[in-house]
Design a protein around this ligand. Structure first.
Ligand SMILES: [Zn+2]
Length: 112
């Protein structure tokens, strides 16, 4: 998840800086930078574009959505949900799964 947040944040920051730079100096873009600047989106990525990027990242297998928590990362430390540890408890009537983050110890009980 840290990679994903970093990736999206990096995209947004890069876009923002370049966008500001482009607006301020649109008449004096250095020749070497012109091609690069012209390839960057002129508008903030739309929701659909962010969803598409997120799906692409999911497809790489680097991110996984925890099926019980619907999370991709620990809410405390951002550790990937891929490394969550699970323990099951219960009786004939109810089963509880304790999901624990190995990095920081955060845990949540979910009735499964
Ligand atoms: Zn954690």
């Amino acid at each position: 998840m840290q990679e994903l947040v970093g990736f999206i944040a990096g995209c947004l920051v890069t876009w923002l800086i370049t966008h500001i730079y482009y607006q301020r100096s649109s008449t004096t873009i250095p020749k070497w930078a012109k091609e690069l600047v012209e390839h960057l989106p002129k508008q903030r990525p739309t929701r659909d574009e962010v969803i598409r990027l997120f799906q692409e990242f999911l497809d790489t297998g680097q991110v996984e959505i925890d099926p019980l928590l619907s999370r991709v990362a620990c809410p405390e430390c951002g550790e990937s949900a891929k490394s969550f540890e699970r323990k099951g408890f219960g009786d004939d009537l109810v089963t509880v799964v304790q999901i624990t983050c190995p990095a920081c110890g955060w845990s949540e009980d979910v009735q499964a």
